[in-house]
Design a protein around this ligand. Structure first.
Ligand code: HXC
Length: 257
């Protein structure tokens, strides 16, 4: 399948989506979001794919939503086209999504990064929500996901000032899992993704679901949810295999069943 705004490839058990509008620093227009979701859902439906990696071509991950595209929009245009329906579909992807961020991850680009389950960043990565400088605010979950991740204090500061946060600061605040040199970013991210792709797929799937539940619910409700997923894993062959392998002191062979 060929796309206009992204590049898609398969590497063993990994699906790679690279944002590909490098001339405009991968500014995210509506076709790009639909293509990302089309590719993600393709990977989701493909049982040979166990994890998805998201990166950006050129000198940035993504410098935000495409300002040219929305400059003349009226409020009701967003409402009538249900602007964020594709973003909602992104939150439904059950396979792990691992982001590799270099250069700018601003506005919608930062929001896309915050949708990843794990995030690896190059030393030159810069995050931020500059929307305030344009007289607007994030609309694809930025105020919510950032606040849940770093707390109110920093979220307010960054959203009010629109300032850019460097890679080190992002790492210190738990936004990224690890910093990697730009040359090795994609390679190292793919390695981590491959490790995850080799784990028992249903366990990974239900862990992702349970962790995301924690972000969105009370402790007690989350605990009940976790418990059901924990019980459910004992209906899989991979659980029997994983535990037998431990007892027999050998490596498990997971089948995703
Ligand atoms: C459209 C963009 C763009 C964007 C960069 N470009 N960001 N086009 N939308 N968000 C284009 C520039 O116009 C320019 O095109 C080319 O990419 C290269 O960018 P430069 O500005 O020349 O590069 P540089 O001087 O290195 O500056 C990089 C930058 C700056 C600091 C990232 O481009 C910038 O401030 N961009 C806007 C960042 C922003 O405000 N993002 C939030 C958008 S609002 P030409 O044709 O001139 O070469 C948002 C709302 C989200 O994200 C709502 C939910 C989705």
């Amino acid at each position: 399948k060929s796309y206009e705004a992204i590049e898609v490839s398969q590497h063993g058990k990994l699906g790679l989506i690279a944002l590909n509008r490098p001339k405009v620093l991968n500014a995210i227009n509506r076709p790009m979001v639909s293509e990302i979701l089309d590719a993600m859902e393709g990977f989701e439906a493909d049982s040979s794919i166990k994890a998805i990696v998201l990166s950006g071509n050129g000198r940035a991950f993504a410098a935000g939503a495409d300002i040219d595209e929305m400059a003349n929009d009226q409020a009701i245009d967003f409402e009538l086209r249900n602007q964020f329906k594709d973003w909602d579909r992104l939150a439904m992807i059950k396979k792990p999504i691992i982001g590799a961020v270099h250069g700018f991850a601003l506005g919608g680009g930062f929001e896309l990064a915050l949708c990843c389950d794990l995030l690896y960043a190059a030393d030159n990565a810069e995050f931020g929500f500059p929307e305030v400088n344009l007289g607007v605010m994030p609309g694809a979950g930025g105020t919510q996901r950032l606040t849940k991740l770093v707390g109110k204090t920093k979220a307010m500061e960054w959203l009010f000032t629109g300032k850019r946060i460097n890679a080190k600061e992002a790492f210190q605040h738990g936004i990224v899992n690890q910093l990697i040199s730009e040359e090795l970013l994609l390679e190292e991210t793919m390695k981590v993704a491959e490790q995850i792709a080799n784990q028992a797929p249903i366990a990974i799937r239900l862990i992702k679901e349970a962790v995301l539940k924690a972000v969105d619910t009370s402790l007690n409700e989350g605990m009940e949810f976790e418990r059901k997923n924990f019980y459910l894993l004992f209906s899989t062959e991979d659980q029997k295999e994983g535990m037998s392998a431990f007892i027999e002191k050998r490596k498990p062979q997971f089948k995703g069943k």
